[in-house]
Design a binder for this molecule. Structure first.
Ligand code: AMP
Length: 220
């Protein structure tokens, strides 16, 4: 291994399955999982000034400004911070500026691998429109595959609801922003030799296997 604990970034369109897979990857490699979206949502639910400001952008499908997001990540990555023992970043970076700032903060060799989970626009549109998420543990369901006792989470009995930004206009805007702001990051990491692309279509277990194969082949 180049590093005892892998330092990873998951990229992919909204609805590509990043969140679900990032949780599994974090548990498998015993590393921290940081989802900037989950972090903003929990701050918004707590009603902090920071969370409420982020929520205005999120509900409209807009990106939270770079300076806010980079500041938070920088704190998390500080020595002795929550990400110092290996991590998987989910939803960050989302703009080229964020990716460059991550490189600056981590310095050389700080990332082992960036995995892009590839799913077509048609598939993610269906997934996002039908997506329902547990408010407490963030487990993801679909209207066609609800929890056993609709709508309480099978894992934690939390309320399973539609996300405030999973409505048509915000979904369109998020996917548009993905093309404009996030796709350039794919090339940025490809040029650095850090990118692996995996097919994000299939059962969760299959995708997890593709992911761990890509990670192990890089870190072994
Ligand atoms: P997600 O849960 O990753 O789909 O993120 C939900 C929303 O949180 C996004 O649509 C953005 O409004 C905001 N967000 C999450 N991560 C970032 C980021 N790295 N940069 C800017 N906004 C973000």
């Amino acid at each position: 291994m180049t590093d005892p604990k892998p330092c990873l970034v998951l990229l992919g369109k909204q609805g590509a399955g990043k969140g679900t897979q990032a949780k599994r990857v974090a548990a498998h490699y015993k590393i921290a999982h940081l989802s900037t979206g989950d972090m903003f949502r929990s701050q918004a639910a707590l009603g902090t000034a920071f969370g409420l400001e982020a929520k205005r952008y999120m509900d409209a499908g807009e990106l939270v400004p770079d300076d806010i997001v980079v500041g938070v990540i920088e704190e998390c990555l500080a020595e002795g911070g929550p990400l110092s023992g290996g991590f998987v970043l989910d939803g960050f970076p989302r703009t080229l500026h964020q990716a460059e700032q991550l490189t600056r903060v981590l310095e050389d060799g700080g990332l082992d691998l960036v995995v892009n989970i590839d799913v077509s626009r048609e598939i993610v549109l269906d997934r996002l429109a039908g997506r329902r998420v547990c408010e407490d543990c963030q487990r993801v369901y679909h209207v066609n595959l609800p929890p056993e006792n609709p709508w309480n989470c099978d894992d934690c009995s939390g309320r399973v609801e539609q996300r405030a930004d999973d409505h048509e206009e915000a979904i369109d805007r998020r996917l548009e922003l993905y093309e404009i702001e996030t796709v350039p990051i794919v090339d940025y990491y490809r040029q650095q030799g850090l990118l692996s692309v995996i097919d994000g279509v299939g059962e969760g277990d299959e995708i997890f296997e593709r992911l761990t194969k890509a990670i192990d082949s890089r870190t072994d």
